[in-house]
Design a protein around this ligand. Sequence first.
Ligand SMILES: Cc1cc2nc3c(=O)[nH]c(=O)nc-3n(C[C@H](O)[C@H](O)[C@H](O)COP(=O)(O)OP(=O)(O)OC[C@H]3O[C@@H](n4cnc5c(N)ncnc54)[C@H](O)[C@@H]3O)c2cc1C
Length: 428
Amino acid sequence: MQQASAHSESLYRDTTQVTLAAAPPLDGSHRVDVCVVGGGVTGCSAALHLAERGYRVKLLEARQIGWGASGRSGGHVLPGLGVGMDLVKRELGLKTAQQIWEMTREAVDLTEDRIQRHAIPCDWKSGYVHAAITRRHVRGYREWIEEMAHDYGYDELHWLEGEAFRAHVNSGYYVGGVHEPAGRHFHPLNYTLGLARAAQEAGVELHEETPVSAIEHGDPVCVRTPTATVEANFLVLGCNAYLEELDPGLRSKIMPVGNYMIATEPLTAAQVAATLPQDDAVADANFVLDYYKLSGDKRLVYGGQVSYNGREPPRLRQRMEAKIAHLFPALRTARIDYTWGGWVGITLNRFPHFGRRHGNVYFAHGYSGQGMALAGLAGRLVAEAISGQAERFDLFARMRHRDFPGGRLLRTPLLVLATTFYRLRDLI
Ligand SMILES: Cc1cc2nc3c(=O)[nH]c(=O)nc-3n(C[C@H](O)[C@H](O)[C@H](O)COP(=O)(O)OP(=O)(O)OC[C@H]3O[C@@H](n4cnc5c(N)ncnc54)[C@H](O)[C@@H]3O)c2cc1C
């Protein structure tokens, strides 16, 4: 499959502030306790937690640390999942849903804890707004506020409209929204590199430009790259939407969806006041949603277009530019300095897919657009499970996942069809 837009254009690559120790490509034969594949947040977090528990760990990354979704994302950090808690309650019962909800809150705290403990420079900021465009969104948000307070004791969601709303999101496009002070945002690549640096300091050996081409299951499990083999007691797969054919059994449960972002030039103080005066991050309630925030140097970093076939949508930059001008007329003349994209790994029900295979292979992926905090928690839970405390990992792994319908050839057209239905519903 073709890759989404080149990484080199990303604002984040150009504003990297974290330098790793050497992470050379791997040659030869090696033996470790745990081999981790994938240098995003899932892999780096798992490696760090495992090393802190005393395991000898090697992490193999096909390109560079943070090259995947973790280094390209919107950098929005929220409690919760890529699907509403109502699905979790229906499938797993209220008690498990409450435990999972609490763990998603832990995921945000863990992110903050890592940033502080390892002094990661990543523009960590508070404040989030979920914006409503239609009356149907308003009804949905009001029900959500009640559900979260009643079932989960979460009373940090506050309805805003009129001037109170515009004090956070200075746009006439919305009818109101929910303010969530516990929502955060940051520079995702610096955070991912910061986790990787902390992992190196804890003893993890990182190897970039080291693509794993095959897995031989057994005890030990053996992974092969073009120039090396690594035997390990345990294998952790943190490849998410970039898994490709490395494990075909897992591939049918997650679908890569292209998601795209642009960043403007740094805004003036007047432009900031006319957009996001309190520096919140924002997402709207549409099925294919728009989401944005200000970067550390006050650029508007906006995401909002998707692609299901690996090709960049036509006139991507112009369409996103027009959308920004529509939301915030004060940005009509703002220059667009960066355009980039990456793969989001979604599951059919949008609940993340955690599990183990062959007894000693752990995986966590399919965060369905909400993985910046969850992937860090996944790393912690994988490390707990490998250490023999699997209860919390298994709460997530209990969710049953179905294959995307249509097999290899038809699953993309069927997903496009389903998405078209939800997009039309968003117009109501
Ligand atoms: C444009 C965009 C915007 C997003 N915005 C947000 C957001 O605002 N908030 C949020 O919570 N989530 C967001 N997400 C989703 C979030 O980025 C992901 O859920 C999260 O980063 C997943 O982390 P990961 O480590 O599991 O995967 P990734 O970061 O994708 O890392 C997987 C890594 O595995 C490597 N790899 C794959 N195969 C192999 C192999 N065979 N050998 C070696 N290495 C391999 C890849 O090179 C890659 O570096 C966004 C995603 C995108 C693409």
